[in-house]
Design a protein around this ligand. Structure first.
Ligand code: SAM
Length: 303
């Protein structure tokens, strides 16, 4: 789809995709803006099966805007050396803030004519800077983001943002984990992927998202799952899964989820000699013992 040219300080800013109007209360609609110096990185990602289909059906409106289009001068400079010295370059505040303000204003314009209830929400959409030091992304945060009408993600590069960007935009900061990436683009993709699959209508089967790891009230990870064949390299499938007794199956799955969660939380030091839950032939000899121990020691808050 070709972008619409938008004027900025006498120049024409390419890239913004046409506005997809809200289809009313029966269908949820989310607009996501990604601000980046490398828009081409998102091409395959956004056209992929799940996101591509959701965009085509009008559930999601995802736009990518190039921060460099908002830089001044012939060289369109976006980075400079840090005051006080130190390695690398920082993103200058001017282009990032101008780009974000432009995108926020564009969303407000798009909201005019949309549902009244949607307007206020879009107007309030905070800008999110992707930074290693930001609030950690968890499934709880993903759920919170998926309830918003609009998300604006800004990808950093080089040594990151000038500190005044966050203040000028009143931005939130979000980290996808305690490690450092070369740029915010992959982090933005992680956020978009995790959030969009929770937007009603995006996944074919919404029940599957409710049963995923971290998605139940106890935030348990999923236990082992099996498909055909019944026998693989000498490994079978737990009898209960073949029993047809849905009550027993649900109980077994809950117990296995508790075991898997406790193993994960215990960390490597508590796993000595025990095969990983994914490697072990099932049912493992230790499974009943582990299940009993997990249920015994699980805090009351975990159902
Ligand atoms: N100097 C920065 C620091 O020490 O915190 C690291 C900058 S990093 C090389 C460049 C950009 O990648 C960041 O501005 C941010 O947008 C993105 N990034 C790196 N790690 C990230 C993480 N864990 N979560 C979110 N974004 C990250």
């Amino acid at each position: 789809m070709k972008g619409v040219a938008v004027p900025f300080r006498g120049r024409s800013i390419p890239g913004a995709l046409p506005v997809v109007p809200s289809r009313g209360h029966e269908s949820f609609f989310m607009r996501i803006d990604i601000l980046t110096l490398f828009p081409e990185m998102f091409t395959g990602f956004l056209d992929g099966s799940l996101l591509g289909a959701a965009r085509a059906s009008g559930l999601l409106d995802i736009r990518v805007t190039n921060i460099r289009d908002f830089a001044e001068g012939v060289h369109r400079q976006v980075d400079d050396r840090p005051f006080g010295g130190g390695p690398g370059m920082l993103l200058m505040p001017g282009p990032v803030v101008a780009c974000a303000e432009h995108v926020v204003a564009d969303g407000l314009q798009a909201a005019v004519g949309a549902d009244v209830g949607v307007q206020a929400e879009r107007a309030a959409a905070p800008v999110i800077l992707l930074t290693p030091g930001g609030r950690r992304l968890t499934q709880e945060v993903v759920e919170e983001l998926s309830r918003r009408e609009r998300i604006i993600l800004v990808c950093g590069r080089y040594e990151g943002f000038d500190a005044r960007v966050s203040t000028a935009l009143g931005a939130e900061e979000l980290s996808i984990g305690d490690f450092v990436l070369s740029g915010g683009e992959v982090a933005a993709m992680v956020v978009v992927d995790a959030v969009c699959r929770l937007v009603p209508g995006v996944l074919g089967d919404e029940e599957s998202a409710r049963q995923d790891s971290f998605s139940n009230p106890g935030r348990l990870v999923e236990g082992p799952q099996y498909t055909r064949p019944r026998e693989f390299r000498g490994m079978g499938v737990p009898d209960v899964l073949l029993s047809g007794d849905h009550g027993k199956i649900a109980k077994w799955r809950q117990e296995q989820a508790i075991v898997a969660t406790r193993r994960r939380d215990a960390g490597p030091s508590d796993r000595s000699g025990e095969p990983s839950i994914n490697q072990s032939p099932v049912p493992t000899k230790k499974a009943p013992e582990l299940t009993a121990r997990a249920i015994e020691t699980t805090p009351r808050s975990v159902p």
